[in-house]
Ligand binder design. Sequence first.
Ligand code: 5GP
Ligand code: ZN
Length: 149
Amino acid sequence: MIHNRFFRTIFVKFLGKSQISWKLITPLLKVVRTMSRDCVFCKIVKGEISSRKVYEDEDILAFYDINPQAPVHILVIPKKHIENILGISEGDKDLVFKLIKTCNNIAHQVGIAEKGFRLVVNTNPEGGQTVYHLHFHIIGGRQMRWPPG
Ligand code: 5GP
Ligand code: ZN
């Protein structure tokens, strides 16, 4: 992954707008992630990378996405490193419930619960996952389209 915050922001801002670029880059990211021990979201949890926090407790952190795809775009993550939804186990039952309940609470808190919103969990390259630390996207504040791209 790109560890320098400035370059990562530029990278996400430019490539975030181009579907084709992401299609080329996600297989590369998959290779890189298996080589890298660093995780951007673990660094956010540790405070090594700053974030605009929405909610925090001993197990969970929620913060605004750096490259929002809608007026409201918040990421909800477990503090524990789990690569993605495929990595959960029986022992994570309470944590997974808590993550979803936190998404629910935040949707109310930021005022998008009644109108509606979308919860997204991108998984692996074809699912569009770029950060390999489990996260729920809460996306709202505009009309969502279906099917998603
Ligand atoms: P994914 O593509 O894996 O489903 O979602 C990763 C999300 O993390 C993207 O929406 C991307 O904009 C966001 N992201 C990547 N790096 C950072 C960062 O350093 N800070 C924040 N707040 N969001 C980030
Ligand atoms: Zn992590």
